[in-house]
Ligand binder design. Structure first.
Ligand code: MG
Length: 366
C-alpha cells in the first residue's frame, strides 16, 4: 500500500454556548487535520483541535512541511514516517506547539489507515489491554463561568446520568471562592463520586501551595495544571508537600518532557493528549513510561474523546476517559458511545477519527 495524496482541512464548529476556565473563554472549536488517500482505496483521517484560533498556522505546517513528504510512502511504516517528519523540515522551527499538533494529525491519519487495513478497531490492533469498558469522567459541569448554583445543578444532572467522577474548574483571583465552589459541589455529591479540580496553569508556586492546603480536606482525586507546564521543578516542590495528587500533561509536547516530569516525581496522573504530543506513536511511549513508574493515564480530551477512547483500552495503566459532551450529535462519523458511566468499546475499524460528510459541508472553512 502506498500513499497517493493528502489534503488538509479546517472545520470551525460552534459549541452552542460559552465555556470558560482560568485561561480562556471558548465559543467554537477548530478541527485542523488531513485526509490521507492510499492506492488501496483506504482513506485515513487525522486532526488536532484548537479553541477557535491558530488553526491556519497548523494547517500551514501540514501543507508546507508534512503533506509534501507523504506521497509514495507505505502508511503501515507509521513509526518510520513519524521519525522522518519529526527530524525533517519542521525540526528547526518546531519540536513543541503548532508543529507537534500538525504532526499529531498526520500520525492519527496513518494509524487510522493501518487499523482500517487490518479491519480492526485501533484499540484491538494495538493489543487490547483493557477489553472491558473504561470508566469516564465529565468536565462539562464545572466551568469557571458557572455560578455555584449552576455547578451544583449540573453536577446533579451528571450523577443522574451515571457519571462516577466530575471535574470543576478553579483559578479565580480569590482561592477561598474556589474553595466555596468546590465545597458546594462536594457536599451535593453522593458518596463515592470522584471530584477533581483544574486550575489551567494560573498559579505561581505560593498560590498553588495555598490552594493545595485549602483543598486538602475535600478528598480531591487530583489537582490539575496548577502551574506553568514547563516548570517541572515547581511541580516537584508542590507535589512533595501536597496531599492532593497532581495531574498534568495537556501542554506537555514531548516524550522527553514527560520522562523528566515522571523521573522528578512531579506528576501523579499523566494526562498526555494525542492531539498535542505528536500523535499515537509518542502517546504510547509516554503511556509506557508512566506504566513503568506505576502511574495512571487519564488523557486530556483534546481530541473530543474519539481517538482516546481507543488508546485507554490499548494500555494497562489507563484510569478514566475524560468526556466533554459538547454536542448531542457531534461532527464525527462514529461518535464515542457512553453508557452507565463507561465508554463502550468502539467496534468500527480505524481510529474513529472520521468526520461526517455533513460536518465537512457545514463547517469547513479551509
Ligand atoms: Mg485541564
Amino acid at each position: 500500500m502506498r500513499i497517493d495524496r493528502a489534503e488538509s482541512f479546517i472545520l470551525e464548529v460552534p459549541i452552542g454556548g460559552v465555556i470558560a476556565d482560568s485561561m480562556q473563554s471558548v465559543t467554537k472549536l477548530e478541527f485542523v487535520g488531513l485526509t490521507v488517500h492510499t492506492d488501496a482505496g483506504i482513506v485515513g483521517t487525522g486532526y488536532t483541535v484548537t479553541v477557535g484560533f491558530g488553526g491556519s498556522v497548523i494547517r500551514n505546517v501540514l501543507d508546507t512541511l508534512y503533506i509534501p513528504e507523504l506521497p509514495g510512502k507505505d502508511p503501515c511504516h507509521v513509526k518510520d514516517i513519524w521519525r522522518q517528519l519529526y527530524y525533517g523540515k519542521a525540526h528547526w522551527i518546531g519540536r513543541a506547539g503548532a508543529t507537534t499538533m500538525a504532526q499529531s494529525a498526520v500520525d492519527i491519519a496513518l494509524w487510522d489507515i493501518v487499523a482500517k487495513a487490518a479491519e480492526q478497531p485501533l484499540w484491538q490492533l494495538l493489543g487490547g489491554a483493557r477489553p472491558a469498558e473504561v470508566p469516564i469522567y465529565n468536565t462539562h459541569a464545572g466551568w469557571l463561568n458557572y455560578s455555584v448554583e449552576q455547578l451544583v445543578e449540573e453536577a446533579a444532572k451528571l450523577v443522574d446520568q451515571g457519571y462516577p467522577a466530575l471535574k470543576v474548574k478553579v483559578g479565580l483571583a480569590d482561592t477561598h471562592e474556589d474553595l466555596r465552589r468546590l465545597e458546594a459541589v462536594r457536599q451535593s455529591l453522593p458518596e463515592g463520586i470522584l471530584l477533581m479540580a483544574d486550575a489551567n496553569q494560573t498559579w505561581d508556586l505560593m498560590q498553588a501551595r495555598k490552594a493545595a492546603r485549602l483543598f486538602g480536606g475535600l478528598g480531591l482525586s487530583w489537582l490539575e495544571e496548577p502551574l506553568h507546564p514547563d516548570d517541572i521543578k515547581a511541580h516537584r516542590l508542590l507535589s512533595a508537600g501536597s496531599a492532593v495528587p497532581i495531574a498534568l500533561g495537556e501542554h506537555v509536547y514531548t516524550t522527553h518532557a514527560f520522562r523528566d516530569y515522571i523521573e522528578s516525581n512531579a506528576v501523579d496522573v499523566v494526562q498526555v493528549d494525542v492531539c498535542r504530543v505528536g500523535g499515537i506513536t509518542p502517546w504510547l511511549e509516554v503511556a509506557a513510561l508512566a506504566h513503568a513508574a506505576n502511574l495512571r493515564i487519564c488523557p486530556h480530551a483534546g481530541d473530543l474523546m474519539q481517538v482516546h477512547q481507543h488508546l485507554v483500552k490499548a494500555i494497562p495503566n489507563s484510569w478514566m476517559l475524560e468526556v466533554i459532551p459538547l454536542w448531542d450529535r457531534g461532527p464525527f462519523r462514529h461518535q464515542v458511545r457512553l453508557a452507565e458511566g463507561k465508554a463502550l468499546n468502539p467496534v468500527e475499524p480505524g481510529a474513529s477519527s472520521e468526520f461526517t460528510a455533513e460536518a465537512f459541508e457545514r463547517f469547513r472553512v479551509a
